[in-house]
Design a protein around this ligand. Structure first.
Ligand code: SF4
Length: 368
């Protein structure tokens, strides 16, 4: 069974119609439940539930505290190449875009790593575009080996790999894989992914399972809000996370809510996810999925991220640069998208402490 079998079960289910008919009584019942089902999730993201947002926020706060304490884990992205052979219409790295491209040599990766490590960051997420000739598996493997010298935890956000490739990386110390489906809507997916391996919706959808079977500890999933219907993407992201959490109990699953930002692609979002709805969806993830990690990146503003501390978020990126070579500032390239929260790692730590929470750089170590 794959997650697509779950999606198919809802083929004739009209999410919009369901949301329009959620009553106050439905929301109250959901709030008073211990274990929520998928319809409860929808009740929580409906407009009706906005009336109850403070009660829902308090419940989310309590659950977050129960499973994560007063902590926010920190990590930073490191872009190693922005060459790409794909044509994703919403992405700044799309091969058609006339941007400043850069591919780091191993020496340059080491320099970037040294610079980033000086900020205190111990968990790094390295990213690339999808240009397999240039960004080969060998290159990924060697990058991992270099980064291991400077960071305690390494995750990747790169093109989908085969199960045995994930296993090889895991054996070299890979801790996590982030792989967003971008949108769960098959028709939209086809319209925005025009060329390259990423065109294959099903291969991408099955990727988290290949990662889990390979024994990688952390898996991050999510949709890119703005590509398609936000309710549908929130619903299927939640179901996807639940499916993975139930099936792969040794894996830590986390979920993100990246919103479309300005990039060289000049893509116009299909639908806007406003702050209120963003918070509502985040709280619904917490109530439905209880101990899932919730990741909020620097796509969001400093003020907005400050306000989410304690409400449900558990992981923040910090001091992020989304251009290749961004930490050493040598021959900078065009970033994948604009970040909003420009604070450095210290400033973010202080903001977390000011809210009575503890910034965490390292929360896990392999001892055998
Ligand atoms: S989203 Fe990924 S695969 Fe698509 S154009 Fe951007 S970097 Fe390439």
């Amino acid at each position: 069974m794959s997650f697509y079998d779950v999606i198919k079960k809802y083929e004739d289910f009209n999410i919009k119609e369901y949301l329009e008919n959620v009553s106050y009584e439905d929301v109250e019942k959901t709030i008073n439940k211990e274990n929520l089902n998928e319809f409860d999730f929808l009740n929580l993201i409906s407009n009706t539930s906005l009336e109850y947002i403070e009660i829902i926020a308090r419940k989310s706060q309590k659950l977050t505290k129960r499973y994560f304490g007063n902590t926010i884990s920190l990590y930073a992205p490191l872009y190693i190449s922005n060459y790409c052979t794909n044509k994703c219409t919403y992405c700044g790295f799309n091969k058609e875009n006339k941007i400043k491209r850069k591919h780091l040599s191993y020496e340059e990766i080491e320099k970037e790593a040294k610079e980033l490590a000086k900020t205190g960051i111990k968990h790094v997420l390295f990213l690339t575009g999808e240009a397999k000739e240039l960004v080969s598996f060998e290159y990924i493997k060697n990058t991992l080996i270099i980064l291991k010298k400077y960071f305690k935890s390494i995750s990747i956000e790169i093109y989908p790999l085969k199960e045995n490739e994930y296993r090889k990386l895991k054996n070299l110390g890979l801790d996590g894989v982030t792989i967003y489906q971008e949108t769960y809507d098959l028709e939209t997916y086809k319209k925005v992914h025009l060329e390259g391996q990423k065109k294959d919706y099903f291969y991408r959808l099955d990727t988290p399972e290949r990662v889990a079977r390979a024994g990688v500890r952390q898996i991050g999933i999510g949709a890119l809000y703005g590509l398609s219907d936000i309710y549908k993407d929130a619903f299927f992201s939640a179901l996807h996370a639940k499916y993975l959490m139930d099936k792969y109990i040794d894996c830590e699953i986390s979920i993100s809510l990246p919103r479309m930002k300005y990039s060289e692609s000049k893509f116009k979002p299909y639908q806007k996810l406003d702050n209120k709805k963003f918070i509502q969806i985040m709280l619904a993830f917490r109530l439905y999925l209880k101990y899932i990690g919730i990741n909020i990146s620097t796509r969001e503003s400093a003020e907005f991220r400050n306000n989410l501390i304690g409400l449900g978020a558990t992981k923040y990126s910090a001091g992020s640069k989304t251009d290749v070579g961004g930490y050493t500032k040598e021959n900078k390239s065009t970033p994948q998208f604009e970040t909003d929260d420009k604070r450095d790692v210290n400033e973010i730590c202080n903001a977390i402490k000011n809210r009575g929470y503890q910034p965490v750089f390292k929360d896990w170590e392999l001892i055998i």
